[in-house]
Write a protein that binds this ligand. Sequence first.
Ligand code: ADP
Length: 408
Amino acid sequence: MKILVINCGSSSIKCTLFAMPERRVLADCMVEKIGEGDAALTLRGEEVSLSRPCRSDDHKAALDVVLDCLLREGGGVLGSLDEIAAVGHRMVHGGEKISSSVAVDSEVIKVVEENIKLAPLHNPPNLVGLKAAMERFGGKLQVAVFDTAFHGTIPPEAYFYAVPYELYKEHGVRRYGFHGTSHRYVADRAAQMLSMALEECNLITLHLGNGCSAAAVRGGRSVDTSMGLTPLEGLVMGTRCGDIDPALFFYLAEQLGMSPQEVYDLLNRRSGLAGLSGVGNDMREIIAAARSGNVRAELALGVFCYRVKKYIGAYHAVLGRLDGIVFTAGIGENSPEVRRRALDGLEPLGIRLDEKKNARAVGREAIISADNSAVSVLVVPTDEALNIAIDTYGVYVRSFECQSQEER
Ligand code: ADP
C-alpha cells in the first residue's frame, strides 16, 4: 500500500510517498518559497527527477502543485491519487492532550488550534496543510504525528518549571519537548541493535541536527528531555542558544534597549554555533575552521560538545542504570569528532568509545563503543518522513482491524 507523508512548514511543503510496509520511498516532492513569487518545485523518485519554478500563492495551492506532480501526467509515479491509502502529517505541538499518533478528527484539529499560542510559527502551517489534504483526499485516513507526543510520559518533576503554579494551570507553561518521533524511532532501533526488549532498555538519545535535543528514555518511554516550552531550551544548536540564564532577557532589554521580539530573534536566530563561531551554523565548516586554527570556531565546538556531555551526565543520573547512548541527526550521525569530544572523559561512568568504529560510523547504523564498555554507544540515522509513515501505517492497520472486528 502507498502512504503519503506531508510536512507543511512556514514557507515550504515536503511530501514523501512510501510503499509500506516495505518502507520504500517512491517519490519525494517539495515546493519551497510558498507565496514569494519565485516558488520552486522539485521531484525526486526512483526513476524521475525534475526541478522547475511553480505558481503557489499559498499552502493550499502549493499542495495542489505537489499532488499534481506526483501523478504520472505531472511527471510522477501515481496513476491516480486513489492509490494512496492514508496520509500522515508532521504536526509540531499537540500540547498535553495527545501522547501518540492519532487519526485526525475534529477533536485533534481543536487541539492543534488550542496550541497555536505555544507554537505560533509551526501549528498554523501544519493546520493549513492538514485541512487542504482533508479536502483533496475526501474521507481517506489522515494521521497526525506530533513532535511533542513521545514526551507525554515525562513526570511532573521533570516537566514543571519552578515558576508560579498558575502559569501552568492557566497558560500551559511547562516542558513539552520536541523531536519526539526521532527520539522514539532511534530508541526503538537501538534496543533492536542491542538485542534487548525496549521495555527493559534505558537509553539517552541525542538528536544533533540544526535543532538539537537530548532525551532520557526508560523502557521505551521518555522521562526527560532538554527542549522545553519551546524548542529553544537545552543543547546548543545551529542558531539557537539552548540553556541560558533567563535573566539575560531582562539584561538585554535594560542595557541594550532591545524589544522582546529582538531578544527572541537574537536567541533563536543569531546565537548557538553561528553566534559563537562567526562562521555560520554548519558543523562541517565549524570543524574545518577549528582545525585550521580559528579560535572562535574551536570555542563553539567546545561549548557544543560540553553541553552534550553535561546532559549525558544528568540523564545518566535520572535513569540510574544506562544501557546505551544513541547519536542521531546530521551531526550525531556524521561527526566522529563531536561524538568523541562529547564522550571524552566519561570512562569512569562506564562509557568507552572504540575510536576505529567511531571513525568508520558515518551516516549508517553502528555500535561504536569498545567491547569492554559497560554502556553501549550507537549511531542510528533518523528519518522523520519514514517515522511518520511507520506511525501512519500502524494507525491504518489498527483502524482496519477495529473495522473488521466490528463487522464480525
Ligand atoms: P535539520 O535539523 O535541519 O534536519 P540535519 O539533521 O540535517 O538538520 O543536520 C544538519 C547539521 O548536520 C548541520 O550542522 C550540518 O553541518 C551537520 N552535518 C552534516 N554532515 C556532517 C558531517 N559530515 N560532519 C559534521 N556535521 C555534519
